[in-house]
Design a protein around this ligand. Structure first.
Ligand SMILES: Nc1ncnc2c1ncn2[C@@H]1O[C@H](COP(=O)(O)OP(=O)(O)O)[C@@H](O)[C@H]1O
Ligand SMILES: [Mg+2]
Length: 224
């Protein structure tokens, strides 16, 4: 029996807005098994990004339990959380956040160097991923020389570069037109499946969500 790559128990998060407290997450429970691709659906403002930030161990202020690869993150110190993030998680955002002065290959190489991989190996991995995403002819182009869909595919390659057990994606194709969005999401899912990573992908698009293994919906601070 394998164990979940991520397990959330009673996850809560509240914010103060103009002196009023709003409870965005009111006790979210979720377990994702290795290799499982889960769509996180919910309208704008339902708390999808907040939930992904919690799972990504990027911010504090959460209640409840988050375990990543069997380790309780809420009981870990900042150093251990950084290690959990680096060793197990990959991120893809709605806006690519690529480094403008680096080309596509370099943007995918960098996080691997940070993780301690030798340069030649990191470059080979970057080329492999970018080529699998149909960017073999764009390896040394900078972000400004790429279309929106191409930029987002570079961001996908970067998110997968360190072979994360779990990829967290926040509306990864949310700023692309419908046709490009469908294409990039299809390539993203195919690559994640091929790599055997699990993924939690926030979207407000039912049609895109239907292409994933399982759909969970955020409603009134709970998953249904
Ligand atoms: N840093 C913050 N401070 C105050 N309110 C926040 C903050 N981050 C998110 N919120 C509020 O939490 C709710 C959920 O936001 P978010 O997680 O971004 O939703 P979604 O990603 O589903 O659109 C919104 O009402 C938003 O205004
Ligand atoms: Mg959001």
């Amino acid at each position: 029996m394998s164990s979940p790559v991520v397990e959330l128990r009673g996850l809560t998060r509240s914010f103060e807005q103009g002196g009023v407290r709003i409870d965005v997450l009111r006790g979210v429970d979720l377990a994702i098994m290795p290799g499982e691709i889960v769509a996180l659906l919910g309208p704008s403002g339902s708390g999808k990004s907040t939930m992904l930030q919690a799972v990504g161990l990027l911010e504090g202020g959460f209640g409840g339990e988050i375990s990543i690869a069997g380790q309780a993150a809420e009981k870990s110190d900042a150093h251990a959380r950084t290690a959990l993030r680096r060793d197990h998680l990959g991120f893809v955002y709605q806006f690519h956040h690529l480094l403008p002065d680096f080309d596509a290959t370099e943007n995918v190489v960098l996080p691997q160097l940070v993780a301690g991989k030798p340069k030649a190996e990191a470059e080979a991995r970057a080329r492999e991923l970018l080529t699998a995403l149909g960017l073999g002819h764009r390896l040394d182009h900078r972000p400004s020389q790429l279309s929106g869909g191409e930029q987002q595919r570079v961001a996908v390659a970067r998110g997968l570069a360190n072979r994360p057990k779990l990829v967290l994606a926040d509306e990864p194709t949310g700023n692309l037109d419908e046709v490009t969005s469908d294409k990039v999401l299809g390539q993203f899912l195919e690559l994640v499946r091929g790599e055997g990573s699990a993924a939690l992908i926030a979207t407000h698009n039912e049609r895109l969500a239907a292409r994933m293994d399982r759909v969970v919906r955020l409603h009134d601070g709970h998953l249904e």
